[in-house]
Design a protein around this ligand. Sequence first.
Ligand code: ARG
Length: 293
Amino acid sequence: MKAIKLISIVLAVVMCAMAFVSCGKTETKENDDKTTVDTADTTASADNADGKDEDKVLTMATNAAFPPYEFVENGDYAGIDVEIAKAIAEKLGMELEIIDTEFGSIIGGVQSGKYDMGMAGMTVTDERKESVDFTTSYATGIQSVIVKADSEYTDFMEFYSELDEEGTPVAVKEGITIGVQQDTTGDIYSSSDPSGWGFGKENVIRYKTGNDAVQALVAGKVTAVIIDNEPAKSYVEANEGLKILDGAYTDEEYAICVAKDNTDLLDSINSALEELIDDGVVAEIVEKYIPSK
Ligand code: ARG
């Protein structure tokens, strides 16, 4: 009920991303200069002077501290997004290059053409859609609330000291602090006012990574961490003495973002992604990292 109410109140995040129809051009790197090549035209993907076929590189910006979507394992990038991105690149006949950066700089980098796409368990939101385009959604998530295992709290509603007659929060309990990864939806929702089912900017501590937020919780510096549910489970598994509160904070859809003027790349990624979804490849990858049993 609360979650449903919340969804209707916060920015409309649960949106099916749209498929855009166009034909194949993509931005690629060439000795740091950006050039536009036609991926549909094989004669256009000529080798550079050094013999490397750099025209065929697909750059993906991510923030690789977000298991099981992206993380570093034995020096390599792994996770659901990484494997789906590799499968997309393979279908497009391109080589995937992963760039690990701060989550908050992904959208700007995609907008400026520094990266071809952003894939980072990224939630589709109306606000982000003003800056970038999103592909078809390939996964769903919910925001979860992590607290210490011995916490007195059993529901995030207990973080509020006062509700109005409709049950909408009015004030946050004294001493409540919420840890989040900066620039994520967890940050955006938590930082809104109690009337918007947040906890007020002043009660939110923003960390560089989700893991930093979780370590602050372990150290007793925050009351709770609000983060996507699958990373929440991974963090709870990896750190002793934590638990996830029952009930979802809000529902979300994940998609890949590309620059607004790059509808050709959006179209290429969408057709590859939709094939991978239809063929069950995406489900297989998800099952590998999030076993249903
Ligand atoms: N789904 C959330 C958002 O889009 C969090 C994503 C964080 N991803 C990451 N790789 N750190 O804001």
